[in-house]
Design a protein around this ligand. Structure first.
Ligand code: EPZ
Length: 428
């Protein structure tokens, strides 16, 4: 397994291109199942999770064609055609690799009246149930049964529009239900939906395919189902979590970086918190400039919440920033039940962090010390890279296959801004 070697202490200076959002591209790819015509997706990031979704769609019978239509910019454009679907089963060996595979469930049962999708199972950060996905599909008339670790969903006479109130906010369940409702007969009203920008991106793509959706950006979506959707072309929005991650990398190294293609409005709760901590961010013609105007970082309390609150996917990165701040910061994780696995690794680098249930008290130290550390999940692994960039000495991050799931060309982007970072093929 590859490892990453980092020697800390260099302030990042320069420009980092922000790619298309992984967590938008995955549901957008699943949306191709709703039509027999081609869906063209631009600005699709080159990530392990995207490759897994390509394999999953291909085994259903989708024709997946990746072209570099954008030429010099090197952006990936996908042409997806689901005219000939041979199987409505999503097998365990693919679903267990990536939980977002469950996003084929809604489109399959909506268009074909049946689907058999492996239960995703938990992951490092939590149990990750899919009960809200299933309750919503049942509300649209699907018969659901769980057998041998698989979800069986049937709607032989098609789905019927209904009103469904989410008992708790769920990004994936909102996406599954939004896609299913696009082909359900009649009107569907979804209440207490997730409002992440990726949901709006999916809704806009579905509208480009002929869907009728109102309420984008609010907690209530009204969808008037259509008998069929046509093809379309859609550009994936910028990855706000990648942008926030590199903003914190610039902050923790005392650097000055322009995040090209980024948009401050995609992280309404994050940049004000960074400003409170002493980090400046401003829109530029090409993106967002992030720098540390007066040299020090101040401890600021953070609590993760559904959008527009502070995103859980930036909690680990913020914790690293706070670990070298002046003062203390209380970081509370309200979305997932086990998302502090980066804490023991950061402690090994000298961080002063005490976890009490869903909260971690971080007391800033003057400097972290490089050490060999272990990545456990996507965002925890990138937080260890950030720690290495700031630490004195050398840090080796093991199991960086987690990183490759969500960060395209990370070492290339960071070393272009002066970081001393290299990927080391595993010695073994
Ligand atoms: C999406 O996961 C993202 N993944 C996650 O990003 C992100 O952390 C999460 O949303 C929250 O923003 C993708 O978009 C592919 P949820 P998702 O359903 O949809 C519980 C990353 O690092 N829940 O909003 O799975 C669930 O256990 C990943 O890129 C139920 O109880 O998240 C969690 O506690 C990690 N029942 C909470 O709701 C359900 O049926 C929020 O989960 C569904 C979810």
């Amino acid at each position: 397994m590859d490892r990453m070697r980092i020697v800390g202490g260099t302030p990042l200076r320069g420009r980092i291109a922000i790619g298309g959002a992984k967590n938008a591209a995955l549901p957008l790819m699943a949306a191709c199942l709703l039509s027999e015509e081609t869906l063209v997706l631009e600005n699709v990031p080159r990530l392990a999770d995207i490759s897994t979704m390509k394999r999953l769609l291909a085994q259903h019978g989708v024709e997946v064609d990746a072209r570099d239509e954008q030429g010099a910019s090197g952006e990936q454009t996908l042409h997806l055609n689901a005219a000939k679907i041979g199987s409505t089963t999503a097998p365990y060996d693919l679903v267990r690799k990536m939980r977002a595979s469950v996003l084929v469930l809604g489109p399959l049962v909506a268009r074909f009246g049946e689907a058999r999708v492996s239960l995703p199972g938990g992951c490092a950060i939590g149990d990750r149930p899919v009960d809200l996905h299933l309750a919503g599909l049942a509300a649209l008339g699907a018969e659901i049964e769980l057998t041998e670790g698989y979800i069986g969903a049937r709607a032989p006479n098609g789905l019927k529009g209904a009103r469904f109130v989410f008992p708790k906010v769920s990004v994936g369940a909102t996406e599954n239900l939004l896609m299913a409702a696009a082909l359900a007969e009649g009107e569907t009203v979804l209440v207490n939906v997730a409002r992440e920008p990726e949901i709006g991106d999916l809704a806009r793509c579905l509208i480009a395919m002929g869907a009728e959706i109102e309420g984008i950006g609010t907690e209530r979506l009204v969808i008037r189902g259509k008998p069929a959707l046509h093809g379309g072309r859609h550009r994936v929005l910028p990855d706000r979590i990648e942008m926030g991650t590199y903003a914190m990398a610039a902050a923790i190294t005392g650097g000055d970086v322009e995040l090209v293609g980024g948009d401050i409005d995609l992280l309404p709760a994050v940049f004000p918190v960074l400003a409170e901590a002493g980090i400046a961010a401003e829109n530029t013609a090409g993106g967002v400039r992030v720098y540390r105007p007066n040299g020090h970082i101040t401890g600021v309390d953070v609590m993760t919440e559904p959008f527009p609150g502070f995103p859980t996917d930036l909690q680990a990165q913020m914790m690293v920033l706070m670990s070298v701040a002046e003062g203390a910061a209380m970081i509370t994780e309200t979305i997932f039940e086990n998302r502090f696995m980066h804490v023991p690794e950061l402690r090994r680098m000298g961080a002063n962090i005490n976890v009490h249930g869903a909260s971690a008290m971080v007391r800033g130290v003057r400097a972290l010390k490089g050490a060999p550390v272990m990545a456990t999940d996507l965002r925890a692994s990138v937080s260890l890279v950030l720690a290495g960039l700031a630490a004195q000495g050398e840090t080796i991050v093991n199991r960086i296959y987690h990183l490759d799931r969500g960060y395209e060309r990370l070492e290339e982007k960071l070393s272009a801004c002066g970081a001393v970072i290299e990927r080391m093929p595993d010695a073994a």
